[in-house]
Design a protein. Structure first.
Length: 554
């Protein structure tokens, strides 16, 4: 009986071992492939978010009042540049050029007075926010501390146009971020045991060349074959002279709509290391299979009457545990053989261990879900705050120029869809420079806040009001004709004039008004007429309302 059961067990165990080994091998490779793909996706996300954050910093700084109004080589501009450079350790140089490309102000005064007119970041940064590809900068490298002697540093450029209050180009704000930030970004996605597991991460540009890591840490092949990337993640592929690897790749999202970086993060792991792990598992399965055959032969040696009932009891306990009964126990009768007693203890221990691991995993998942929910809510809150800050004037608390442009676009679209016309009021505080010169800028700021508060309280809650310039405000009066617009404008002018504002006393405003017309092709047509009316009100002596009833276009 023992020989018969032994032969049968071998006939069953051999193909089972082969099938299980193959399935386990494929499962391990699939799981590792998913891990490498997640790693590539995470690294690509980190790099993209870093690019967007740096681009946003330069863009927001270029839109600040300091860069729009202060002298290009003034102290305020220099302080702002140095402050931004200190905020991010990988900024190597930040500078501001005039419209001709001459560097007027820069961190550490590097390259001040030199021309950047031929640089791609200046040429493209005059028109849009620009993010450039990795490049060497020999001249700047000579001015910076040498981190890698004998090798020129590499940088990535961020640039944004600086537009004055009258809509003219004042210059280009640019920053050079040292390329070592790529190592910091990849390190966040690289596992701690990467050296032991052989996992490597690379950044590949649109020409399929490895741009990170640097040559000292790069593989023998510095160019990645396009066909290799198109077939990544399917099987082990040959990577030049480096050998065969499991490869995954993920595209880095472009930081701007006009960017053409086309970077990819490529992750690879050697075939030899992965197959070594598979071989260890196969040996373990083989050992378990052999032990199973031995146990099976020993059990067959016993009489069926002594074996069947204990096995049925163990089988019943296993079935109950599989069905979710955590109180089921593996216990063999006292008269059972030693092997059955040991088997029941081993199964009991395994069951307890699995239950403990299950409970620990459930607890860990609950904590992770709570943590993710908290982090998600915090991210939503920060995004809402950032969106609010981007559309709110910091001094008066009213909507800023960005919000005003959005309101103009929105109301013009509603008007074109058949909604009633709206009125545009452009308001300017009279002799505001005299107030600043006489009482100081702090008092001038108080006057701005007070006038903004007076006007905001005097118009309807459904109307739009915001600050669009230094002492200039704009209001959109919805469903308002020309007579109503003139009445509201006169009301606002009168209220401001009659409200004494200490220590200045009487403060007046000039108002230009117009009504949107069906001949207008865009929202700026009505805004231009209101601006022209405001100019006429100023020229006619200030403290008055001028209503434009002319069409901007024939």
């Amino acid at each position: 009986m023992a020989l018969l059961f032994g032969v049968l067990s071998i006939l069953v165990s051999a193909p089972t071992y082969l099938v299980i080994s193959h399935i386990q091998k494929e499962q391990i490779l699939d799981e590792q492939r998913a891990i490498l793909q997640n790693m590539a996706d995470a690294a690509a996300t980190v790099i993209a978010e870093n690019l967007v954050q740096r681009r946003r910093e330069i863009e927001l700084l270029a839109q600040s009042d300091t860069f729009r109004t202060a002298p290009l080589d003034g102290k305020a501009v220099h302080i702002a540049l140095e402050r931004l450079k200190k905020s991010y350790p990988h900024y190597s140089w930040i500078g501001l050029t005039d419209p001709e490309g001459i560097v007027r102000s820069a961190t550490s005064n590097h390259l001040v007075g030199q021309s950047a007119a031929a640089r791609p970041w200046f040429q493209k940064g005059r028109f849009n926010v620009f993010v450039g590809d990795v490049h060497e900068a020999l001249l700047l490298t000579k001015l910076l501390p040498q981190t890698e002697p004998g090798q020129p540093a590499r940088f990535i450029d961020f640039a944004s146009p600086v537009i004055s209050e009258d809509g003219q180009l004042r210059g280009v704000l640019a920053a050079h971020a040292h390329w070592r930030w790529a190592g910091t970004a990849l390190k966040a996605a690289t596992p701690r045991d990467a050296d032991q597991t052989g996992i490597q991460l690379f950044i590949v540009n649109d020409q399929d060349r490895i741009i990170y890591p640097e040559q000292g840490a790069a593989p023998q092949s510095t160019t990645v074959n396009e066909d290799l990337l198109s077939r990544h993640g399917k099987n082990f592929l040959a990577w030049g002279r480096d050998g065969r690897f499991l490869i995954t790749a993920s595209a880095v999202a472009e930081p701007t709509a006009l960017s053409t970086l086309n970077w990819r993060v490529v992750v690879r792991q050697p075939e030899s290391i992965l197959l070594a792990n598979v071989a260890r598992l196969q040996r373990a399965i083989l050992l378990i299979s052999i032990l199973g055959v031995v146990v099976f032969i020993l059990l067959a040696w016993q009489a069926a009457s002594l074996i069947s009932r204990p096995i049925e009891r163990l089988t019943d306990s296993a079935r109950r545990i599989r069905q979710g009964d955590e109180h089921a126990r593996f216990s063999a009768p006292p008269a059972s053989s030693r092997e059955l007693q040991e088997l029941s203890k081993a199964l009991e221990g395994m069951s307890n261990t699995l239950l403990e691991q299950k409970h620990a995993l459930e607890t860990s998942n609950q904590r992770l879900e709570i943590k993710v929910a908290h982090r998600t809510e915090e991210l939503h809150r920060l995004n809402r705050e950032l969106e609010s800050l981007a559309r709110t004037d910091a001094l008066t608390g009213t909507p800023n120029r960005m919000a005003a442009n959005e309101a103009l676009l929105r109301e013009f679209a509603r008007f074109k869809r058949g909604h009633p016309p709206y009125a545009v009021l452009m308001m300017d505080i009279d002799h505001f420079k005299r107030i600043n010169d006489t009482y100081g800028h702090a008092t001038g700021d108080d006057i701005l806040r007070s006038v903004a508060s007076i006007i905001r309280d005097a118009i309807r809650g459904t109307d739009f009001f915001g600050r669009v310039g230094g002492e200039e405000f704009m209001a959109l009066l919805l469903a308002t004709d020309q007579i109503q617009a003139e009445s509201v404008a006169e009301k606002l002018r009168s209220i401001v004039e009659s409200t004494g504002l200490e220590p200045v006393g009487t403060v007046t405003i000039s108002i230009g008004a117009c009504i949107v017309q069906t001949s207008d092709r865009n929202p700026d047509d009505a805004l231009k007429r209101a601006d022209e009316a405001l100019y006429r009100a100023k020229a006619a002596g200030r403290n008055r309302v001028v209503v434009s009833n002319e069409s901007t276009r024939p």
